[in-house]
Design a protein around this ligand. Structure first.
Ligand SMILES: Nc1ncnc2c1ncn2[C@@H]1O[C@H](COP(=O)(O)OP(=O)(O)O)[C@@H](O)[C@H]1O
Ligand SMILES: [Mg+2]
Length: 269
């Protein structure tokens, strides 16, 4: 593992999920913004080759990163004070992505070595769903500080959480904890809560697997709308209850990473 890689980045957080569609990218973007609002320098890397959605989530669909001719490095785009890089900037939406392990490895390596991330407290990586080549490659390429697993509360999704955690443990990536997204719906008219996909499974599973439960996020129409419009809720409506929840989760992530970093043997190679 190269020690030169990303040495200006203090913590690398991998956002993972068992399945697509659980809100992994939405959580990655808003968590990155919440960490930034807590006073950190933050970057986000979209490594989801099968469905890169970071360009859309930030309203940067037609943009491309530029190249620093002297350093010969790609410069991340910047928005809402975040440094942003996505595999989506490099490929067309219609590109059929039938990528095999070595190509995924090469792509990740380039994003980690050839992008001028600068000094960052946190680099948040939006991984492809599942337990495949990207997860394995990352574990070989860089020291991930912690994986955050996003799930919805129903049993089907939770079975994948178990698989995800087992895989991270196997490749030596510490698990920072589990977030339950689309946890419930609160009626904006009568305030009654409805557990659309059941509720509380994420917390139960986290306890069962002895990992931290980082918090729950309700289904929220403003969150969905913000994602579609390229205006993430945490940036656009800082005082919304969803933004407050994201900052609470970000604080938990920070303290979990501190615990993980303290447990690491301090060997300088
Ligand atoms: N808490 C939430 N409330 C409402 N809509 C959400 C929430 N989380 C995600 N979504 C919506 O669900 C869809 C899938 O989310 P996305 O982040 O793209 O999932 P994934 O990256 O896991 O495939 C998007 O339309 C997104 O706006
Ligand atoms: Mg996604």
């Amino acid at each position: 593992m190269s020690s030169q890689r990303l040495e200006s980045v203090k913590n690398i957080i991998a956002i993972a999920s068992g399945k697509g569609g659980v809100g992994k990218s939405t959580v990655a973007v808003n968590l990155a913004l919440a960490l930034q609002q807590l006073g950190n320098k933050v970057g986000i890397l979209d490594a989801d080759i099968y469905g890169p959605s970071i360009p859309t989530l930030f309203g940067l669909k037609d943009k491309q990163p530029s190249v620093d001719p002297e350093k010969k490095k790609l410069l991340p785009l910047e928005k809402f004070d975040l440094k942003i890089m996505s595999i989506g900037f490099m490929m067309r939406e219609t590109d059929a992505v039938v990528w095999r392990g070595p190509m995924i490895h090469k792509m990740l390596q380039q994003f980690l070595e050839d992008v001028d991330w600068g000094d960052l407290d946190y680099l948040v990586i939006d991984l492809p769903p599942g337990t495949g080549d990207a997860q394995l490659s990352l574990s070989q390429l860089i020291p991930i500080s912690g994986a955050v697993i996003v799930t919805t509360p129903q049993d089907m999704a939770l079975a994948d959480v178990v698989r995800g955690i087992a895989m991270f443990q196997k490749v030596g990536i510490p698990v920072a904890g589990v977030i339950e997204n689309m946890s419930y719906f609160q009626c904006p008219h009568c305030s009654e809560k409805t557990d659309i996909f059941s509720h509380g499974g994420g917390k139960r599973k986290a306890e069962e697997l002895k990992t931290e439960f980082l918090g729950e996020l309700p289904l929220d129409p403003q969150t969905r709308e913000g994602s579609d419009l390229g205006k993430p809720i945490v940036a656009e409506n800082r005082e919304s209850s969803q933004a407050i929840r994201f900052r609470e989760i970000a604080e938990k992530v920070q303290s979990q990473l501190k615990v993980i970093n303290q447990q690491k043997p301090n060997i300088q190679l």
